[in-house]
Each structure stands twice: as C-alpha cells, then as structure tokens.
Design a protein around this ligand. Structure first.
Ligand code: GUN
Length: 296
C-alpha cells in the first residue's frame, strides 16, 4: 500500500477561512477578537512559532498583542502582565509561549491565566474539563487539530485502536483525552505509550490509528507499523543537511519514506500537523471572544 497524504496546509486553510468568517461576524457585533502573546527569552524556534502565530492572526483579522521580554524577566513581572491581560476586556485570548526560562515556574504562569482566556487550553481548569468529558473546554491546539484532520479525511476513530506515542501535556495526554471522549469523531480505544513502554513495536503494530509525538527522528520505523494504519506525525525536528542553504531540514518523529509504503494515510513534515496547531489557536481565540462578549 502507498499512503495518501493528509495535507495540513489545505485543511488548516479551511479552518482559517471559517475563522475569518467568524471574525467578520464578531466585528459586525462590535467585538474585535484579540490575542495577547508573550515570548520570554531568545529561543530561536519559539521566535519562529510566535512570529507565525501573529502573522496568521493578522490574516484572519484577529488583533495580536506582541509582548517580547528578555530572558531574565522576573516571574513576578510575567505574572503582573498576565494579571493586566486578565483584567483587560479588549483581550480575549492569552498565550505564553513555552518553554519559559528555567527560573520561571511554568505551572505557576499557566495557572495565572484566566481559564476563559486560555487560548492554549493548558490551564488546569481546562485540562480537568477536557478530562471529564466537557465538550466546552478549551482544547490544546495540536491534538484538537489532529482530530480536525481525521474528520477532514473522513476517518472516524470510533471503535478503533488509537495508539499515542508520547505523554506530554501539550500533545499526548490531551490527545488521549480527546480521542477517548464519548463524542463524534472520538470514541476510540486509546493506548498511551511512552519512553518506558516495553515492546513498543508490539503496541504500535496493534494500532489502527498511530499518533507519534516524542520529539526525535525515526522514533517509529516501518517494522513498527502494520499495513493500512493511519499515521499522524506530530514531531518537528531539525536535522543537519548541507544541501540546504540554511544547513538543516525539518523531519518528523516517524521514518516517513518507509512508513508511507505501508500506511493508508500519513501526515508529512512539514505541511502536516504543524499548520493545524496555529489554525486551532485562532479558533480558540474566536470562541473565547464570542463567549466573553456574551454572544455564545
Ligand atoms: N511550545 C510548543 N508548543 C506550544 C504551544 O502549542 N503553545 C505554547 N504556548 N507553547 C508551545
């Protein structure tokens, strides 16, 4: 079998078109959706991500507030900016780019964001709501985007064995919560595997749907995948490549070429899950704006 490609660029464009329409409707009701974004420090990848998020906000008509802070900014200062954003009625979504510098406690910062403005879905209130099956919880953008991709290709995970490799709070855990919900485009039998799982290959070979988010290249190879599996690669890794002007190329967490021979569907890297994350951030921001304005 040769896999069909799940095109994140096309699917995310469809989501962004929908969001742009919703933004117009909000503006007609005198609400200008606004996302406040904080980046602390000089992490090169984070700068690229934040720049992309702000650019995509502008494209759909969402106002973005860009707050860049030096790496030695105190936790107190960060919390006081979040407090002012929490209070500001013109701000509907708040995003603090992770990772934060070592002297800042991420948990304390995440917990300071008002759950109603939590565009990332990382606040424990939203994590708890999602875990308890509340359909109105803000969902972390990457796993929410994966579910939209499955819907777009018409792959219903209901009753299927979904294996998630990785247990991060950003992807693995919320992905398991989303796919195990008693809800449309969910109802999967979910296994969450990780770096300490014994005989990972036996687990991944039993997957109908395999979602990989571990953070290093070739974490899953062809012999770990059964024929016909739907493979979602959440990884984005830089590998040295002298043939590229910038000296590296981006690859995912799975051995793409060999797995594409066996999978039924597969996401490429780049151009797969990546663009979905930002599209879902825009969606969350519009939902927050609508709710805070009392229009939903
Ligand atoms: N760092 C890596 N992914 C994310 C994300 O989705 N949101 C935030 N805030 N930081 C991240």
């Amino acid at each position: 079998m040769s896999a069909q490609i799940i095109d994140g660029k096309v699917i995310s464009q469809a989501v962004r078109d929908e969001v742009a329409q919703e933004v117009e409707e909000l503006k007609a009701a005198a609400v200008e959706p606004c996302l406040a974004v904080m980046l602390v420090g000089e992490d090169a990848a984070s700068k690229v991500y934040v720049g992309m998020k702000e650019k995509k906000c502008a494209e759909v008509g969402i106002k973005a507030i860009d707050q860049r802070l030096p790496a030695d900014t105190s936790q107190e200062e960060i919390l006081s900016i979040i407090d002012s954003w929490n209070e500001d009625p013109s701000i509907h979504g708040i995003l603090v780019q992770l990772p934060l510098p070592d002297h800042v406690d991420e948990k304390t910062v995440m917990e300071r964001i008002r759950p109603e403005k939590d565009a990332d879905g990382f606040h424990p209130v939203n994590v708890g709501r999602l875990a308890s099956g509340d359909p109105n919880a803000f969902r972390p953008c990457t796993p929410a985007g994966v579910q939209v991709m499955l819907k777009h290709i018409g792959y219903d995970p209901a009753g299927k064995h979904a294996v998630i490799v990785g247990r991060s709070n950003i992807v693995g855990r919320p992905m398991a919560a989303i796919l195990s919900q008693k809800a449309p485009w969910a109802n999967a039998t979910v296994t969450m595997a990780h770096s300490r799982s014994e005989d990972l290959g036996a687990i991944t070979r039993s997957a109908d749907l395999l979602i990989v988010a571990v953070g290093w290249p070739n974490a899953v190879t062809a012999e770990m995948v059964s024929e016909g599996t739907v493979v979602i690669d959440v990884g984005v890794n830089r590998v040295d490549d002298d043939s590229r002007e910038r000296g590296y190329r981006l690859v995912g967490d799975v051995a793409y070429d060999e797995i594409a021979e066996k999978a039924s569907w597969i996401t490429p890297v780049p151009g797969g899950v990546g663009p979905m994350t930002i599209a879902m951030l825009l969606k969350n921001t519009v939902v927050a704006a609508r709710r805070l304005a009392g229009l939903a």
